[in-house]
Every structure is written in structure tokens, then in C-alpha cells.
Ligand binder design. Structure first.
Ligand code: CP
Length: 308
């Protein structure tokens, strides 16, 4: 594996290798075990051109637990504000002996552009990890979601997984959908209003529901998404109250899923919009466990990319 840019087309053995490696790292990601030396002497550059709490922080923790040197570019204080192009920034960071770029960008395709540029300039030794590009992909979130599902449910083939909410603007949904398909998920459902469904679902064998009460029936896994207003370009939005009534996850709606169904959310959550607090903080929610698993999954991705 040279780069991790998407879960689309990621072969099953690679996904399995990442999940198995993450499992072996879980105790290292626990606070009792501090570090392994897999990335000793390597420099990981965190380049977050868009806000992040979970992804940026867990990549930093993961890289440090692999013994890498971690450089967090403070984009708001960087020369990007003076008009430096993305690729000029990359060239300069290459001159600082970068070994890996972890890239989040509001523009879909930005990490792909960087990977192509590195190839063009003969720097195949540098790896790129997509930490979320526009509404396109968020592969490490997709992989940590698969890790979470496997952790609680073991076998994908008998599962019914529902993804609920603003699927159209969600890079997490796309990464989850491709990974779920590759892992042989029994049934994948999309629950959303017509205006928040992407056209690409047709090719992925996803069952579409507009009524949440129907879509949640007998589900094993419910993945909630927030309304990604920052990617809607001023489109007419339903009010938060209106949306919550139809697509917010409440205890009453969750009761339609299987009694042992788990509730996931990539974060950040908007309580009272897509999820009720009593569900977000309830016994079926595994939302904070997803964050912890994310450290181990990101350790696995960086360790494998670095050839270990
Ligand atoms: N899930 C996720 O990407 O969260 P952040 O935006 O906080 O990184």
C-alpha cells in the first residue's frame, strides 16, 4: 500500500490486514502501553486545511505511539494565507524530509492531487493518508467504523446496517458504504429525505428508505450522520426541529431496531438535530468507543504504509 486515499477499490485482504493489525495495537493504544518503534526516525506531517477534533488528534496520538516525529502544520498561521499554493507547500515540506502527509482538505480530491504530484516529482517514498477531502472520502473513518462493527458484531454477512441522514454531503457515508460492500455486509440501508441522497447509491445495491420507522426495522447497526451545512452552499434547509421529527434518532425510533443494535456516529454530533441526547449517551451508543478504536486503526494504517 503506497497511499490510503479511499476505501473504494481497497481489496478485502488489505482491509482485513488493517483491522487485524489495529486489533493487535489496541492494547498499545491503551494508556498502559506507551509506544512501539515502528515509525522511529520517520516524520509525519499533519496537514489539516479544514477543522477537526477527532481525526487530527487521534492521528497525532497514533503517530506518537508509533514513535514518529509529528509536525502539525498550523494552517491558519501558515503561508497558505499569503497565497502559497497547496503543491508549493508540499514541495517545501518534502524539503524538510517528510515521510508521510496526513491531509484534510475542504476540496474533494486534494489528497489525490498531492499523491499524483509526489509521483511526478519522483517522491514515491512519501505516503499520503486522506483524512477527509470535501464530500468525497474519509477512509480512516470508514475503516474505524468497520473495526467498531466487527468488534461488536463479529460477522458482516448476517448484518443489516442503516446509514441515516445527510448522505449526499457525507464523505464518511461513501467510505462506509464501499467498505461495507467489500466486507460482504448482508444488507445496507440508506435512510434520508430525497434531497439528501446521492446518485451513486444506485450502483452499490443499497436499499433506500425515506421513512425512518420503516428503515430502522430489525437493524443491527445504526450509523447517524449530521447535516453538513458547510457543504450545502446555501441550499434551503429544513429547520432543526422539523428534521429531528422525521430523521432524529430517539429512543422510540431506536426501539424498532434489534434490541442489541449499536448506534454509531462519526462526530461531531448535533444533539437534538440528528440524535437525541438520551440515545447519544445511552447504553446502545458506541460513539466514544469509535474514537478510541480510531487510534489503533490509524496506527495500523501508518504502520502498514511505512512497510511494517
Ligand atoms: N469524524 C471526524 O472526522 O471528526 P473530526 O472532524 O472532528 O475530525
Amino acid at each position: 500500500l503506497q497511499h490510503l486515499l479511499s476505501t473504494e477499490g481497497l481489496p478485502l485482504p488489505v482491509i482485513t490486514q488493517i483491522l487485524d493489525t489495529a486489533e493487535s495495537f489496541l492494547e498499545v493504544s491503551d494508556r498502559d502501553v506507551k509506544k512501539v518503534p515502528l515509525l522511529r526516525g520517520k516524520s509525519v506531517f499533519n496537514l489539516f486545511f479544514e477543522n477537526s477534533t477527532r481525526t487530527r488528534t487521534t492521528f497525532e496520538i497514533a503517530a506518537k505511539r508509533l514513535s514518529a516525529d509529528v509536525i502539525n502544520l498550523d494552517v491558519s498561521r501558515s503561508s497558505t494565507a499569503k497565497g502559497e499554493t497547496l503543491l508549493d507547500t508540499i514541495d517545501n515540506l518534502c524539503s524538510m524530509h517528510a515521510d508521510m502527509f496526513v491531509v484534510r482538505h475542504a476540496t474533494s480530491g486534494a489528497p489525490f492531487l498531492i499523491a499524483e504530484h509526489l509521483k511526478r516529482i519522483g517522491r514515491d517514498d512519501i505516503h499520503v493518508v486522506n483524512a477527509g477531502d470535501g464530500r468525497h472520502a474519509h477512509p480512516t473513518q470508514g475503516l474505524l467504523d468497520m473495526y467498531t462493527i466487527r468488534h461488536y458484531k463479529k460477522d458482516f454477512s448476517n448484518l443489516t446496517v442503516a446509514i441515516v441522514g445527510d448522505i449526499l454531503h457525507s464523505r464518511v457515508a461513501r467510505s462506509d458504504l464501499h467498505a461495507l460492500r467489500t466486507l460482504g455486509c448482508g444488507e445496507i440501508r440508506a435512510i434520508a429525505p430525497k434531497t439528501l441522497l446521492p446518485g451513486y447509491l444506485e450502483n452499490l445495491g443499497v436499499k433506500v428508505f425515506h421513512d425512518m420507522n420503516e428503515g430502522l426495522k430489525d437493524c443491527d447497526v445504526v450509523i447517524m450522520l449530521r447535516l453538513q451545512n458547510e457543504r450545502m452552499n446555501g441550499a434551503l434547509l429544513p429547520s432543526a426541529g422539523e428534521y429531528f421529527k422525521r430523521y432524529g434518532l430517539t429512543p422510540e425510533k431506536l426501539a424498532l431496531a434489534k434490541p442489541d443494535a449499536i448506534v454509531m456516529h462519526p462526530g461531531p454530533m448535533n444533539r437534538g438535530v440528528e440524535i437525541d441526547s438520551s440515545v447519544a449517551d445511552g447504553p446502545q451508543a458506541v460513539i466514544l468507543n469509535q474514537v478510541t478504536f480510531g487510534i489503533a486503526v490509524r496506527m495500523a494504517v501508518m504502520g502498514i504504509l511505512a512497510g511494517n
